[in-house]
Write a protein that binds this ligand. Sequence first.
Ligand SMILES: Cc1ncc(COP(=O)(O)O)c(C=O)c1O
Length: 334
Amino acid sequence: MKCYQHAYQKFISQHPDTLHCAPHSHHYWPDCTREAQLAYWDDSAKGVDHKWDIIFGERLPDVQRRLAALLNHPHPEQFVFASNTHELLYRVFSSFAPDQPLRVLSTDSEFHSFSRQIKRLQERPQFELVTIPTEPFASFPERWLQAVTQGSFEVIFTSQVFYNSGVVAPPIDSWLPHVGATTLVMIDGYHGCGAIPTDLSAIADRIFYLAGGYKYLQAGEGCCFMAVPKDCTLRPEYTGWFADFANLANPQQAQVAYANDGMRFAGATMDFSALYRLQSVLHWWERDGLTVAKMHAYVQQLQQAFLQVVDELKHPQLRGNTYWLRIYPIMGTF
Ligand SMILES: Cc1ncc(COP(=O)(O)O)c(C=O)c1O
């Protein structure tokens, strides 16, 4: 694989003696994101209050199309943006009436945005949470399937790749067919998106998919997104005025109305510079023919080389600590 250090000079030059390994953390930002940040400033200077025409009319639809292409999702207009995933996932939970029973199935390895919020929601009288431990990893697929099949849930929430181990969740087609049609399924894809090839085409109309730009999409914090199933009619209580942006100037109905696409889960005014940065990364990848499949294959090659060195060292503790790397597909395919 071609070397891409030249594309990260601004970050690398600040850390010339560091090899930045970010498998569980935040990617260096490529130089194109700096130009994108400045482009946001320039669009603001040029457009002033009319910059929103550029943001909503050009930039956002382009990022929707690029994300849909990245994830093989057939409906770009179903992607909605927010500064963080927490905002988006809470909007989904706020669509359920607090005085009605809400049963949620999840794992013990979800990111804090979910685990803290869900802990707080457990204080609601009719709230029930079933948590499946991901360890031991080898038996997790079987235990997860059993939980999915045996329970009756309003919401199922799981990561695509668990942030605290790098272990990939069981393939969704191994359990989704066992989920009742009325159960809302939300996948937190943040730790997989941009790192492992992800094809949502067969499940785009069935699941909510959450992710963001701060990890493998290399765009920094501030641009998270959720793909919403088409024809979703949920009415989040936690709602902002962007959620029916197109109808703001029209006479308002008695009941609060929502957009008929992903925007129904939108919030309110936010800084879109991170969206510009994400656009620049996706644009660069397209221009240079960089695909997630190529990058993933390269990383897997490095992983094997790393394991070989560990083997050669014959250190019992090191070998033990990489055991799960060998038996379980770390970042396989979704
Ligand atoms: C799996 C996962 N979900 C979500 C997030 C981020 O959540 P938020 O955007 O709510 O801060 C992270 C880490 O940044 C993560 O690893």
